[in-house]
Design a protein around this ligand. Sequence first.
Ligand code: BG6
Length: 475
Amino acid sequence: MTSPFPHNFLWGGAMAANQAEGAYLEGGKGLTTVDMIPHGKNRLPVKLGQEKRFTLREDEYYPSHQAIDFYHRYKEDIALMAEMGFTVFRTSIAWSRLYPNGDEPMPNEEGIAFYRAVFEECKKYNIEPLVTLCHFDVPMHLVTEYGSWRNRKMVDFFTRYARTCFEAFDGLVKYWLTFNEINIMLHSPFSGAGLVFEEGDNPEQVKYQAAHHELVASALATKIAHKINPHNQVGCMLAGGNFYPYSCKPEDVWMALEKDRENLFFIDVQARGAYPAYAARVFREKGIAIVKEVGDDEILKNTVDFVSFSYYASRCASAEMNAQNTNAANIVKSLRNPHIQVSEWGWGIDPLGLRITMNMMYDRYQKPLFLVENGLGAHDEINAQGEIEDDYRISYLREHIRAMGEAIEDGIPVLGYTTWGCIDLVAASTGEMSKRYGFVYVDRDDAGNGTLDRKRKKSFWWYKKVIASNGADLD
Ligand code: BG6
């Protein structure tokens, strides 16, 4: 069996602090945005920044508060990853474990000690940590006191936090991502960037000004990471998936291009080091005037080393798309593509779309790619024998790994692959536990009941074989 994957290809899985750790107030941690996002009918308005939620309510359930208790069970979970043969584990640092309020001059040592223990545990098994600095969590104090990323001061708070991470975990962590799915702030502003809208706001102005601050912060963090250790590799992170034109009508093709640009704008800056040419007209037409400081354009030239992305599905656009005929798979609104199947949650399943997306990204950026999220959210049942036979998940992953192999054969350098939610965790969009992605089942339901016990699924053994054969054996 031959494998298209290079011998040093990194295989593993991904999680995020807010969806896995729980222990939301332990170890000195402060409240973050995601801690305020309830499960149930109020979830969406809060996530979108339409409903202000600055205090917790007694009548609501907040899935991030306990999540899957990775905070106390990380040793067991990392051992399971090691058993599958992981060579990389992507997770995030909860900003508010290190800086509970976000604006303190000094970090919380207990938070640092926790992550050091996690990364040392990875190293014990030769698992390379891949660490996201900000995965959908902003310390709440920064939201209530400063307006989150609306405020230029966030650049300083974030870079202080980033520097602390690069220094504290130097030698343990080499691969870093600045902001998870940075483009999601346009589509889900509170969960993406801690933004809440006020009466009279032009939301587009607020979002793109916040985006500018994040882009400056990301570039500065990249510069600091390289200065602290030239071996550090820093990536940006896109919620990926190309837009297909719904038809070959030129207007549909144009709309698909515009929709792609909306998401790629961020990566265009982070990977190429300057605002793209098309931005000026887009800003003008949306009534946006970005306030820049002297020196910002110079800072943005600190580009990333690699481009990471999530891929769940391709997207589809037409000149006639509107709120009624679109759905929001992975939060980005898309028309339903009649040529592809969808998951139980209506997310498209399109492995060739992954190859298309990867080719487009490499053509555009000429930087190594890293696929840091991919997977199928599905309901899992425990059968009479006590097993979970998740063949649907195996089949989804097999086809996507095959497509990624094709992209590598197309000539694209790819650093690695981390499937999303390698151990079941809380879904970001819905807050459900029952939307499962893992190779390992976690006994917990949507209301927070369950033992939290871990159990290997059929896909666990399958993925172990995939890794052992370096992607040659996908059967
Ligand atoms: C990405 C996020 O948007 O998709 C993850 O980076 C998220 O945090 C994942 O969990 C899958 O989405 P969901 O809503 O099914 O959890």
